[in-house]
Design a protein around this ligand. Structure first.
Ligand SMILES: [Zn+2]
Ligand SMILES: [Zn+2]
Ligand SMILES: [Zn+2]
Ligand SMILES: [Zn+2]
Ligand SMILES: [Zn+2]
Ligand SMILES: [Zn+2]
Ligand SMILES: [Zn+2]
Length: 1761
């Protein structure tokens, strides 16, 4: 329409004026005769303006304009009223029945193994969670993107097709509203609008002109704005594109990166705007910069801005259509109809086909939207899905060809939609019937594969391109999809079309039959290994297709017979070469065979014989259906040519034998790999297995053909000829060449094995009378005969069917029992005893190693059970009638000849042409023959049994004088000493000969029955005798073993004793006896009153002479102060294991940090752990230097950071970074008289005064001339002259301990390490914070160990691991010594600050308030620093034992009181506590005390009853008391009370009190010291900082502190996946694949391995996880990668390792990467173990250990995790 220029309505200015009411354009469009033209006209005006700014668009504004000026009017036009109201109404009409959610890459999908028709039927997370399948055997997988949820598709599910949300009728409304929610007018409008919309979308999408638009869209004034547009491809790397852009556009890196990311995501992007010439120039530039020898240039186009704008809008309109269609089935149908209409009179296909055909030319972003459009329309309506599928098949060839030459991933190709259609059973049938889809697909293959054909018309994939061939596999896959559901009803048409497809498929197989022939290389090794992967990969792809085709053929007899005929014809056609070759003659013991001359070792051979094998498969099915008798109607006997059919499979088996015999070693690895896959579980069903069947089958054919060209003898002659062994069995030949003998022997063994398989292997339904289940059971039995196996290993070794099922679960419990896993490892299946009898040593699926392992295992087992070692074959199942003649191979002349020859050679001392393995096989064949005859005799009367194995075997070999029969030979073999191992088997066979003989005689000679019985009796007697003898021998053997064991354990004990420490780290101490080493040498049991650590009643220290062995030089040394130092290997690490404030940022200004006081939240501590291994300091230093030296020579990345002192413990390989010097404890004796005397004198008040006097004395001394800066201390009249500077000394002093230089050196070294790692600063041994860090790590390590013991419910003493015990002892004694290596003035300074918390009148400005310090840290620091008060310039003194005991006592009491107050102030009154005694003394005291306290704090008590206060206090203070007990024990060596070695809460408390000299009613402390403590209490209670803190209750730390544990995880793993699916990266808006990772410390979900969430730390980029770990776990953290179900441990920036996730499937196995996809559930024990790894501070150790074992595997960049 051209006359619309006059109308003013369409000239709307989007940018300036407010938008017009959307009804106006709507009604205007409506009035126009031609909606399409009117609509286009509207777009022509608006679209270019809205999408003007392509380079840098304001997306929000763009979207708003589109909504307002185009989409909303369109909706008005559609509904005729307010669209919002209409859509709201429609929403509730429940128009959905299918879910149809389209999966994004990385999303989890679920399938049900019980109910899904095939594994391609999947559910989305939401549907699955509300479906019945949740409780079935489901599988979880990760989508590669592109598929969609099948919920609601009744054809996809056997049961439960709907989830609760998509169940019809559930959406609250009735069916009527479901079907017809739209009124006629809306439908009419839709019919008018949709065709125009879709037409516009299609036209614009496939628009090719760069500069022009269709005439309808052209506007008058055309601008000169063009874009240079760059397209994505899969060949150029990210960096290459960035480089090209930077060069071509001369832009910044950031801009180029921006472009590249967008191109990768969207598929195309305008990189430059301007006039045509400029854009053209940029285009050429980019092209030339991106091109090089190996790569095409990038795809660049110059597009006019208007074209670009319309193309963009077309896609927007597509998503609008998607939205509208989701509301109503009618809309979808109208849309589909519009898509399918062919323009009348036009050559063009319908719109949807035009889109399909254009797919390969489109860019990524456009494809995605268009595919979604197809999903939301056609695929939601079954009828239209069918129509779409027909269009799809119509263009199938063309689409596939375009896909193959396309360079985009399959997931974004239209061809990927095939799975959605071909797997629907009704659709598949329809497509076969109506469109002959099988032929279409095979012809497509035939058309795309010719480039791989050689001149013989066989495939040859040498030099193939993996990418291209990989695309061809997609076509093969389609064939699988079509065949996946076998039709139940067969129409004539279906049959005809299927057969046509089958014939067409045979053409492909014809090209494969005999492809990639090879010839044995002699002389020189081949130069290049030929490509073999492609051919084998195609075999793998085809395996299930071949099986399915055979099954389809077997649907009825006639179909099968016709298929057989066709296949037979094809095989014969491929064999013309063979038939025309020349002939040769083989002769052996009277039998003659004339055959074609052919030698595998000289002529060409191929392992690819799919035609022959298909024929074998069809034959088995004929046998199963019982249709063999009709075969001659289809294939006449004379055309059958057995010799031809058997030829190729036989060659293949001979090739395998020759490869084993190393005759082909010059042909390289390629052949070895092919032979491997030939027999591997992935291929064997359609390769190896079928070749064996083909050989079995030939016996049958012979009988059918009657006058056969090959009786069993001739067949064996042929086998001998092809194995090139005819000479070897010729007696006159006696080769001398050792190599040749070896080769012959191997070939004979291989041949015998194949003969065993031919007569013995009957476990294929159709070959033998067995069911599928029995076949699988037998496979499993034989796998488990090798060893017990986990579920996944069994599954891996069983062939999968087209649905990826092995059938394992249905039968496994019949043959095996499941054994649950412990906290590590996995659950395994063990074979049931009753299944052991089915073991067949020559099971044809055993590899060589499996065979010998299984044989070894079974013999060992029989030995243990005192049974003989014979492993005869189990009685095989019967052959099917069609195969029943196979057994005639056993008793034919040539077989007897072969067996006899082998036995004769074994008896003959001169012959080398035999092996024990060969003998075993011959025994096996004998056993098979005898078993067969026995079974037949038991079933039928003797005269009917024609199988005369016994008779033949008893015949003499020749008429010569010395001729022997087989039995005689066996008797001789029994006597050969070298064959001792075979004796039992020979005995078994000889007995079997007897049995068969008796069976023969029994039925023929009635008279002989009695004698027969007698002989049986005799046999039993001899059997019993043998049994008794065996028993005796076994008993003797047992006694002998016992004796040896006793000797061994004596030796071991000796060894353990001499290397005691080596074992200490693994064993736990079981009681106090062990906790104190060499108890025997210490004085007899100490009396109970002396088990007090503090105060004048302090018990004696238990010390002993300690002699340790260095693990490096194995020399012993006594630990003494004056000796050279011995050291413990140790690891210092930062820890957040105890934090009450997870994620608290570490102060990054470590230089400024003042670590003297620990915050009570224990957010960051410094932990020192040791593996408990002792070395000489000198030895260690040498060792460390050696490690350093060797690492300089190594190239690969180091496991440990030598720079920071890391090394692996030489003995246990734990990661260490320092050593702790071992310093003996100095025993202190207290004379009781002195102590009592002092008790009268030294009260707490007096002690405080003395201490204060000493401190103030120092202050004045050091202040010298200056005015003292510290506030004067004596302001309350305490400046009493009795307390002067020296009075502290009067209570007893002694001289300081002297340490050897070596020890001092080590003390300084260790202290510096603690300082360096704890503060993350460079080492500086003179830094004033070194002693603080020493005290800090002592306190923190004790706290961590105490916490762990409590967590595990273990007693305080007696349950410590030896490494913990030794570590703590060394650490405390080190800390004592550390003080002496520092300036005492410094220590005094620190001490004063520490004491200021608990001493009155010592407060200064930097004294922290009571609630802000951890008092245990104060206690440790104060006790360790206290001796510095005794130091003087002139003499180095320390307190005497008795003074020290008072010092300890008073310090401890003061600090304990302070801690009590801390607990009571922060008490949580809301806890449910076990009611205590209401009226106890403690309860009363508590009430009274709190009343007193509240007076000062002003906070009105808490109203809690006294008992509640007391119980809370007790609970709160116990951890502190336990820590204190550990501390004083390791400091002083006083034996703790017995109760602390046991597990009892009540006993523990009083024992702690007695050990620590505390009243059990702790409030008595305050009463006792009331006068002294009152001012202190006042100070603590009225501190404004404390009161402030109390007001913000949340920030306050309460006691007992909460114990950290890993976060709660859901039991069902799919819940976690669910969580992850809702995870959105906080930094980027797109929905691209993410790696959500869960922090198990705090529960945060992070976006890992993604650039968006990287952070910069110290100028280096680190991933989100590593960054999080810095705060959450001080660099150490445990994460769960949710989508992969993997735990990772990380430490620092560069280290980490994988750790098994705590989720197990029902078979007790983990599933890293969700590869198997079984349902997973949380294993509490394993999660607990992971928790302990954390709490024991073993994460670093785990990482180091795993890195050591995996160092060669791969270098993951942990930094970017
Ligand atoms: Zn769904
Ligand atoms: Zn659903
Ligand atoms: Zn199910
Ligand atoms: Zn040593
Ligand atoms: Zn160690
Ligand atoms: Zn965290
Ligand atoms: Zn992110």
């Amino acid at each position: 329409m051209a006359d619309d220029e006059t109308d003013g309505t369409e000239r709307m200015d989007v940018s300036s004026e407010p938008p017009l009411a959307p009804q106006r354009p709507a009604s205007w469009w409506d009035q126009q005769a031609d909606f399409y033209t009117a609509f286009l006209h509207h777009l022509a005006q608006l679209v270019p303006e809205i999408y003007f700014a392509e380079m840098d668009p304001d997306l929000e504004k763009q979207e708003e304009s589109v909504q307002v000026s185009i989409l909303t009017p369109l909706e008005w036009c559609l509904f005729g009223e307010d669209p919002d109201i209409c859509l709201e109404k429609l929403k509730h009409s429940g128009a959905f029945q299918l879910c149809g959610k389209v999966f994004k890459s990385g999303e989890t999908t679920y399938s049900c193994r019980d109910c899904a028709i095939d594994p391609t039927c999947v559910l989305c997370m939401d549907c699955f969670q509300s479906s019945v399948h949740k409780n079935h055997r489901y599988k979880m997988h990760t989508s590669t993107g592109g598929g969609f949820c099948d919920c609601g598709d009744t054809e996809a599910w056997k049961t439960g097709p709907f989830c609760m949300d998509h169940e019809p009728g559930r959406a609250s409304t009735t069916k009527e509203t479901l079907h017809c929610p739209l009124n006629e007018e809306v439908i009419a409008q839709a019919r008018k609008i949709f065709p125009s919309v879709i037409k516009y979308i299609v036209e614009m999408t496939i628009w090719e002109e760069e500069k022009e638009l269709p005439p309808e869209l052209q506007i008058r004034e055309k601008n000169e704005r063009y874009y240079c547009v760059l397209f994505n491809d899969e060949h150029h790397s990210y960096d290459h594109v960035i480089y090209s852009l930077q060069r071509a556009l001369d832009c910044e890196l950031a801009e180029a990166q921006l472009h590249t990311t967008a191109i990768d995501k969207e598929g195309r992007r305008a990189v430059k705007a301007g006039v045509y010439a400029a854009c053209q120039e940029a285009k050429e530039d980019i092209k030339s910069h991106s091109e090089n020898v190996s790569q095409h240039p990038l795809h660049v186009e110059v597009l006019h801005s208007v074209v670009m704008a319309h193309q963009k809008f077309a896609l927007r309109l597509g998503s609008w259509m998607n939205k509208i269609m989701s509301y109503s089935s009618d809309f979808r149908q109208i849309f589909c109809q519009a898509c399918l209409i062919e323009e009348p009179g036009s050559e063009n296909p319908c719109l949807i086909s035009r889109l399909m055909l254009w797919d390969a030319k489109l860019y990524k972003g456009a494809r995605k939207i268009l595919h979604e459009l197809i999903f939301s329309s056609f695929f939601m309506e079954m009828e239209y899905k069918k129509l779409f599928a027909m269009e799809f098949v119509k263009y199938y060839k063309q689409l596939q060809k375009e896909y193959i030459s396309d360079d985009h991933d399959r997931s974004i190709s239209i061809t990927a939609l095939s799975v959605q259609m071909f797997t629907v059973p009704t659709l598949a049938r329809h497509l076969i019937e109506e469109q002959n889809v099988i032929s279409v697909i095979t012809e497509t293959l035939l058309e795309v594969l010719p480039e791989y054909l050689d001149r013989n018309n066989k495939f040859n994939f040498q030099g193939y391109s993996q990418d291209k061939l990989g695309r061809v596999y997609a076509v093969i896959c389609d064939l699988k999809y079509i065949l996946i559901s076998k039709p139940i009803i067969w129409t004539e048409r279906l049959r005809a079309q299927f057969l046509e497809g089958f014939r067409s498929f045979l053409k492909i197989l014809t090209c494969m039959q005999g492809m990639e022939e090879i010839r044995r290389q002699v002389g020189q090794h081949i130069e290049v290994d030929p490509d073999w992967e492609a051919a084998i990969a195609i075999q793998m792809q085809l395996k299930n297709i071949l099986l399915m085709l055979q099954e389809w053929c077997a649907c009825d007899e006639d179909l099968l017979l016709v298929a057989y005929k066709e296949c037979h014809k094809a095989v014969m056609k491929c064999s013309t070469n063979f038939m025309s070759s020349s002939k040769t003659v083989v002769q052996l013991c009277g039998h003659v065979l004339e055959t074609k001359s052919y030698r595998v070792s000289e002529d060409l051979v191929s392992i690819h014989l799919p035609l022959s094998r298909t024929l074998a498969g069809l034959h088995v099915r004929l046998s199963r259906l019982g249709a063999v008798s009709r075969l001659h109607e289809f294939v006449p006997f004379e055309g059958f040519q057995v010799e031809v059919l058997v030829e190729y499979p036989l060659r293949c088996l001979v090739l395998v034998a020759q490869v084993v015999a190393e005759m082909w070693r010059r042909n390289g690895l390629s052949l070895i790999s092919q032979v491997f896959y030939y027999q591997d579980v992935k291929c064997r069903e359609e390769m190896y297995d079928k070749d064996i069947i083909m050989l079995q089958e030939m016996q049958h054919s012979i009988s059918q053909i009657g006058a056969s060209i090959m009786d069993p003898n001739k067949f064996l002659l042929l086998v001998l000829q092809r194995y090139e062994l005819a000479d070897a069995f010729n007696k006159t030949i006696a080769p001398k060449d050792q190599d040749l003998i070896k080769q012959y022997n191997t070939l004979i063994e291989e041949m015998l094995q194949v003969l065993i398989y031919i007569v013995g292997e009957r476990y294929v339904p159709g070959v033998g009378n067995v069911t599928k289940e029995e076949v699988i059971m037998r496979e499993i039995t034989h796998l488990l005969c090798i060893e017990p196996m986990p579920h996944s290993a069994i599954a891996r070794n069983l062939p999968e069917n087209e649905n990826n099922e092995t059938g394992l679960e249905n039968v496994i419990n019949k043959v095996a029992t499941f054994k649950k896993p412990g906290v590590s490892g996995h659950g395994v299946y063990e074979l049931k005893d009753e299944s052991l009898k089915d073991f067949n040593m020559y099971f044809y699926h055993y590899s060589k190693t499996q065979h010998s392992k299984a044989e070894h295992m079974q013999k060992k087992r029989r030995k243990q059970e005192n049974k003989d070692e014979a492993l005869p074959p189990p009685p095989p199942p019967e052959f099917c009638p069609a195969f029943s003649k196979v057994i005639n191979l056993l008793n034919c002349d040539i077989m007897m000849y072969i067996l006899r020859t082998i036995f004769e050679r074994a008896v003959d001392t001169d012959s080398n042409l035999w092996t024990e393995g060969m003998l075993q096989m011959a025994f096996h064949i004998l056993a098979l023959g005898l078993l067969e005859e026995k079974q037949q005799l038991q079933k039928a009367p003797e005269e009917e049994v024609t199988f005369d194995f016994y008779h033949k075997a008893s015949r003499l070999g020749s008429s010569a004088m010395n001729a022997q029969n087989i039995q005689m030979l066996l008797e001789k073999l029994k006597g050969i000493p070298q064959l001792e191992g075979q004796k039992d088997m020979i005995t078994w066979i000889l007995q079997m000969f007897d049995t068969v003989k008796r069976l023969r005689e029994k039925s023929s000679l009635v008279v002989a029955t009695t004698s027969g019985l007698e002989s049986i009796k005799n046999e039993e007697i001899t059997h019993d005798k043998e049994k008794a003898e065996r028993k005796r021998k076994a008993e003797a053997a047992r006694l002998h073993r016992q004796k040896i064991m006793a000797q061994m354990s004596a030796l071991q004990k000796n060894f353990i004793e001499t290397h005691k420490l080596m074992y200490d780290s693994t064993s736990e101490i079981t009681g106090k006896e062990d906790s104190i080493m060499e108890e025997e040498s210490s004085p007899p049991a100490v009396s109970d009153h002396s088990r007090v650590a503090l105060g004048p009643k302090r018990g004696p220290a238990v010390t002993e002479k300690e002699v340790l062995t260095c693990i490096l030089c194995q020399e012993e040394q006594e630990v003494k102060l004056e000796n050279n130092a011995m050291v413990l290997s140790a690891c210092v690490q930062k820890s957040t294991a105890l934090t009450q404030h997870r994620g608290k940022p570490i102060d990054l200004l470590a230089e400024m940090l003042d670590p003297l006081f620990m915050d009570p939240d224990l957010a960051h501590g410094t932990y020192t752990g040791s593996c408990g291994h002792v070395m000489h300091a000198v030895c260690w230093q040498k060792y460390f230097e050696a490690v350093q030296l060797s690492s300089q020579q190594r190239i690969h990345v180091d496991l440990f950071d030598l720079e920071s002192g890391e090394y692996l413990c030489p003995l246990c390989k734990s990661l260490c970074n320092t050593v702790i010097p071992i310093i003996p404890l100095q025993p202190q004796k207290i004379s009781s008289e002195n102590a009592e005397a002092l008790a009268q004198l030294l009260t707490l008040a007096r002690w405080i005064q003395t201490v204060l006097a000493r401190i103030s004395g120092y202050k004045m001394k050091h202040a010298k001339g200056e005015t003292p800066t510290v506030p004067v201390l004596f302001n309350q009249g305490m400046g009493d002259s009795t307390f002067e500077f020296h009075s502290i000394l009067s209570f007893g002093v002694q001289s300081s301990v002297k340490y050897s230089n070596s020890i001092k050196e080590m003390v300084i070294l260790f202290a510096t390490t603690i300082y360096r790692i704890g503060l993350k600063v460079p080492p500086d041994e003179l830094d004033p914070r070194v002693p603080m860090m020493t005290w800090g790590t002592c306190a923190f390590t004790i706290q961590a160990i105490e916490n762990l013991l409590g967590d595990e419910g273990k007693p305080l003493f007696g349950a410590l691991q030896n490494r913990q015990h030794n570590g703590l002892r060394a650490l405390m004694q080190f800390a004592v010594a550390q003080r002496t290596t520092c300036s005492q003035v410094l220590i005094q300074k620190h001490l004063v600050r520490l004491l200021s918390v608990v001493l009155p009148n010592l407060q200064s400005e930097d004294t922290p308030y009571l609630l802000s310090v951890d008092l245990f840290h104060v206690l440790v620091g104060a006790v360790l620093a206290f001796p510095s008060l005794y130091w003087d310039d002139t003499v180095d003194l320390q307190p005497s034992a008795v003074s020290a005991s008072y010092n300890h006592l008073y310090l401890f009491h003061l600090i304990t009181m302070a801690h009590m107050l801390q607990i009571l102030l922060t008490i949580d009154t809301g806890l449910p506590l076990v009611q205590g005694e209401e009226d106890s003394e403690e309860a009363r005291c508590a009430s009274a005390f709190l009343a007193e306290v509240s007076q000062h704090t002003g906070f009105i008590g808490c109203g809690a009853p006294g008992w509640y206060l007391w119980v809370s206090l007790k609970n709160g203070i116990i951890p502190y008391l336990r820590c204190a007990a550990l501390f004083f024990h390791y400091l002083l060596g006083v034996t703790p009370p017995e109760e602390l070695f046991a597990n009892s809460a009540e006993g523990e408390y009083s024992a702690l009190c007695s050990y620590l000299s505390l009243p059990t009613n702790l409030f008595l402390l305050f009463q006792e010291y009331w006068d002294t403590v009152r001012p202190l209490l006042l100070r603590w209670c009225t501190d404004p900082a404390s009161l402030n803190a109390l007001k913000q209750k949340s920030a306050v730390v309460r006691y007992p502190r909460k114990r950290n544990s890993l976060i709660e995880l859901p039991d069902d793993y799919s819940c976690l996946l669910n969580q992850a699916s809702h995870f959105r990266c906080p930094r980027s808006a797109d929905d691209e694949r993410k790696h959500p990772v869960l922090c198990l410390f705090c529960g945060a979900i992070l976006c890992s391995q993604n650039i968006c969430c990287q952070e910069i730390v110290n100028g280096e980029e680190v991933g989100a996880c590593v960054f999080h770990a810095l705060h959450c776990g001080a660099g150490v953290c445990i994460f769960l990668k949710i989508r992969e179900c993997r735990v990772v441990l990380v430490e620092g920036k560069a280290r980490g390792c994988a750790y098994p996730a705590p989720y197990l499937d029902e078979y007790g196995e983990t599933d890293p990467g969700l590869k198997r996809g079984n349902p997973l559930h949380l294993s509490r024990e394993r999660y607990r173990k992971l928790h302990l790894v954390w709490q024991q501070h073993c994460i670093i150790e785990e990482i180091a250990r795993s890195q050591e074992t995996n160092q060669m595997l791969f270098g993951f960049n942990w930094q970017l995790l």
